[in-house]
Design a protein around this ligand. Structure first.
Ligand SMILES: Cc1cc2nc3c(=O)[nH]c(=O)nc-3n(C[C@H](O)[C@H](O)[C@H](O)COP(=O)(O)OP(=O)(O)OC[C@H]3O[C@@H](n4cnc5c(N)ncnc54)[C@H](O)[C@@H]3O)c2cc1C
Length: 405
């Protein structure tokens, strides 16, 4: 039987460690944080990220995690309500988008994984680098004084996110994409009209994008998309003025709510948007997945979902080799097969993510033509269904993913 060390217990690493351990593969999952709440990550699970939980047999456990099942979304262009999407659509089945507590989700995953004696979960332990022997990576080095200094394994999986040490220590070559936006996040008291049933609202036009949604802790989460580099100016003017600017782009109901709570923004922070991917997901003895392989911009809420989907595909390829001889050549071939299967979906998603901010965040003639087309399409029957189906396609994931192990 082979062994694996998985660095990072975000959604990608926690799902993969669970899937390897339940097949009896000696798996060590290393997470630098003691408390999952200390690492901020996206919280929207789309059908493409939800369906794997059914396949993993974790569907009932997932229902115990604090979450809001979104019933739909309303889109406003230049202040006018142009499109209502129903997520309770038959096409989504039970997998309509959910806003889900990430600490809750990750605690559930590591608890399920820990039911299998082959999982060792090291919490509050930082990986500081890779161990290299004879041209192959054979393990990880651990930080901290005393105690265990190294862990050896047949494969190291870097699932350690956008600042991945595995990516850096392994000498992975990275291709950066230009990004034009950042996102200001904050929470406000709930708005009753948006919670019963729970619906997300998006406001676009005049070079801005505002998204507001009820979330699992009962609050209203607000995301304000701003041109990259403009946060300094916003901070100087203060959050109340930022909320006033958001209110100018919302419908009267939300605008009134934002103005009423202009001094109550909780935990405002900036998400500096990054989009990149490694040129190859593998080096001898190492595989990277999730944000470590392809840091996703927040456009379309894809990052969590793609990390989970990477983990499922990785398990499909790795379980057969790690549960037999685990010969180095076979492990490396399996790791390359993960990249071969996942690269297309990542490439297409990142292309879509690069295009969207140009359409939304500029206010030139091309954008006005685009929004006029959106309004026309949204008003008509069959084109409107095509828009809904295009949305569905992105939400479901470009490729079909099925757990086989
Ligand atoms: C503010 C914000 C909002 C976002 N919004 C969305 C959204 O709405 N929808 C969406 O789908 N995506 C969103 N994303 C992106 C999403 O969070 C990521 O794409 C997703 O979490 C990637 O999962 P992952 O498992 O690859 O990595 P991560 O979730 O980043 O997990 C990596 C883990 O590795 C650990 N780690 C890092 N370095 C080490 C080390 N040296 N040793 C040990 N452990 C280590 C970290 O503590 C972390 O727990 C958002 C991201 C941010 C930052």
């Amino acid at each position: 039987m082979g062994s694996a060390v998985v660095v990072g217990a975000g959604p990608g690493g926690a799902v993969l460690a669970y899937l390897l351990a339940r097949r009896g593969i000696e798996t060590t999952l290393v997470e630098r944080q003691e408390d999952f709440a200390r690492e901020f990550r996206g919280e929207v699970l789309l059908p493409g990220g939800l369906e794997p939980f059914q396949q993993m047999g974790l569907w009932d456990a997932l229902q115990t995690v604090p979450q809001v099942d979104l019933h739909g979304g309303w889109l406003y262009v230049h202040g006018k309500h142009v499109l209502s999407l129903s997520f309770a659509d038959d096409e989504f089945g039970p997998y309509g988008p959910r806003w889900m507590s990430q600490p809750g989700l990750l605690e559930m995953l590591v608890a399920e994984g820990s039911k299998h004696p082959s999982l060792r979960f090291l919490r509050g332990v930082t990986v500081t680098g890779l161990v290299e022997e004879g041209g192959r990576f054979t393990g990880v080095r651990l930080g901290g004084d005393g105690g265990e200094q190294e862990i050896r394994a047949d494969l190291v999986v870097g699932a350690d996110g956008r600042t991945s040490i595995v990516r850096r220590s392994g000498g992975f070559e990275v291709q950066q994409d230009p990004t034009v936006m950042d996102v200001v996040w904050c929470k406000l008291p709930p708005l009753a009209a948006m919670t019963d049933p729970p619906r997300l609202r998006g406001y676009t036009g005049h070079g801005h994008l505002l998204i507001a949604s009820p979330v699992h802790d009962g609050m209203l989460q607000v995301a304000w998309v701003i041109p990259k580099g403009s946060f300094g100016e916003i901070r100087k003017r203060g959050m109340p003025e930022c909320l006033d600017a958001m209110a100018d782009h919302a419908d009267p109901e939300l605008a009134e709510h934002l103005r009423r709570h202009r001094d109550d923004a909780i935990a405002p922070f900036l998400l500096s948007t990054v989009s990149d991917h490694v040129r190859q997901w593998t080096r001898p003895g190492v595989l990277v997945i999730g944000d470590a392989a392809h840091t996703m911009s927040p456009v379309g809420a894809q990052g969590l979902n793609l990390a989970i989907r990477d983990a499922v595909v990785a398990a499909n390829h790795l379980v057969p080799v790690l549960s037999s001889s685990a010969a180095a050549f076979a492990v490396e071939a399996a790791a390359r097969a993960v990249e071969a299967e996942r690269a297309r979906e990542i490439r297409l998603t990142q292309r879509f993510q690069r295009l969207a901010p140009y359409l939304v965040l500029r206010d030139g003639w091309a954008n006005r033509v685009f929004f006029a087309a959106v309004r026309r399409i949204a008003g008509a029957g069959p084109p409107r269904e095509r828009v809904s189906r295009a949305f569905l396609r992105v939400a479901m994931g470009v490729d079909e993913i099925r757990l086989r192990v």
